[in-house]
Structure formats: C-alpha cells, structure tokens
Ligand binder design. Sequence first.
Ligand code: ZN
Length: 306
Amino acid sequence: MRIVLLGAPGSGKGTQAKLLVEKYKIPQMSTGDLLRAEVAAGTDLGKKAKAAMDAGQLVTDDVVLGMIQARLAKPDTKSGFILDGFPRNIPQAQSLDAMLARLGQPLQLALLVDVDTDVLMKRLTGRRTCGSCGAIYNIYFSAPKTSNKCDKCGAALQHRSDDNEQTVGNRLKVYQQQTAPLVNYYKAQGKLRTVRGVGAVSAIFKNVTDIIESQIRPLADVMGKIESAAARQAAKAKAAAVAKTAAAKAASRAAKVPPAKAATAAAKSGPVVKKAPPKKAVVKKAAPKAKSKKAAKPVAKAKKVK
Ligand SMILES: [Zn+2]
C-alpha cells in the first residue's frame, strides 16, 4: 500500500505513521530521515543537500525527489510505503506523482488526519516537558497533579520557546496556506480519505486501519491478481514463442537443406542467429517469423555460391 499522510503540525499523524509501520511492515519515508541518511552516506544527493543546508538554503525538490526515488529502489518498499512530511505543496505533489507514475508505483491513498485549529493550538502551546526525566504533559489535556511539577520525579516542567502562541500560530498558518490545498488536490484524484484526529490514539488508529482495509486492501488484492495473471500470460507467450522458433528452425532445415549442406548453412547463418538471440525473439512476438525469413535467406545464397 502506498500512502501519503496529511495533517497539520500537532495532528498526531506521526504517531499514526509509526503504528502503520508496525502493523503493515512497510517503511515510513520521512524526508528528514532520508536527508540525514544520504548526507551520512556521502552520496551525490547527500553532498548536494549538505551544500544547500550549509549555505542556509532549503534543499531543492529535485534533491528530495531523488532521495525518495533512491529509497524506493530498496527491496523493503516492494509492498509499499508511508510518506509523512512530503509533499508539502502542490508543485511537490505533482512532481511526486510524475515520479511514482514513471516507477509504476502510484499513490493509492492520501489520508488526512483532521484536527480543529483551536485543538491544535492547545496541543502545541500546552506542551510541557520534565527537564529531569523527560515526561511529557499538556496543561490542557494531561496536566500534572501539581502545577508545573513532574508527577514522576517532582522536577520543574519546561515550556519550549518555540511552543509559544505566536510561533505555533505561524506554523499553522504556513500549513493552511501551503499544505491544506493538497487536500483538494488528492480529493480531485479520488484518493483522499479523512479521519478525525481527536480522542484516544488507539481509536483513531482503528479508523485509519478501517479505511485502509476497505479502500486499499481490495484494490491491492485486485492489482495483485491482475499482475500475476499478466505474469502467467507472459510466461505462456514466452514458452509458445520459444517452441515456435525451434519448430520453425527445424522445419526450414529439414525441408530446404539436405543433411550434408545443413552444417554449412548453419555456420553461414550463424551470425544472423547471434544478432537476434532467443531473448529478443521472446520479447517481440513478431520476431520468430522475421527470424526464420532471415535465416532462410543465407541458406538460399549458400546454395547459389556452392
Ligand atoms: Zn520528571
């Protein structure tokens, strides 16, 4: 299953992505992880990305798409992937679609984890972290028993500076302007499904898997059947072509060339046969016919010369 997850910062889509990875054993492709891996491996893409980052610039879409394509070449993406954090805008979505179409691995589902903006604000601005043990609280949804004190170790709770209302408000505004239009983009493709991202994580995940089971699974099964039927068909055609070629060769030798001259004819037509090896003949259905004609010509010539 090939899924892209959509949702605002604080929607909890990252949590859902992790659960999906566990349940369906398909990898999550996050552009941040891909970037770090390519930079660490010192690949060409990694070097380009590092140069951009060192210069304080954004990594270009081409580089990001290149990294996604490289990641898709690895065997663990055979049964699918989950994209989280990319695409972030319409041009990126279009480039991604074009690339996946080239690879024959189009997206099957765009899943939006939908949460109202005021809830997102509370989730992001209400976060408090224990500076000592790392326990996480939220003053609106999971407040500590004593204000600003960790329930577990009693240490003071910290409020990250970028969790303030203005910064969070800006992040949500950027999301609304750039990423929210993707909802309509995927809706127009008929690939958008929405889950409400409020309530217990397990209940949200149940809704997510219900959507996947009802939307993608049947589709994936049908696609799998079509693909294996096509593979069987191809194997049948291959066998038939091979048999036809062999029969044609045998027939032309037996009918046109007396046994003594057969060896000479075979030797002279040798190069022609090599030019069109059996593999090519299998791919192109018309090849065996053309080949037997070609093979017959040198035989006729050989007769005249001798
Ligand atoms: Zn603590």
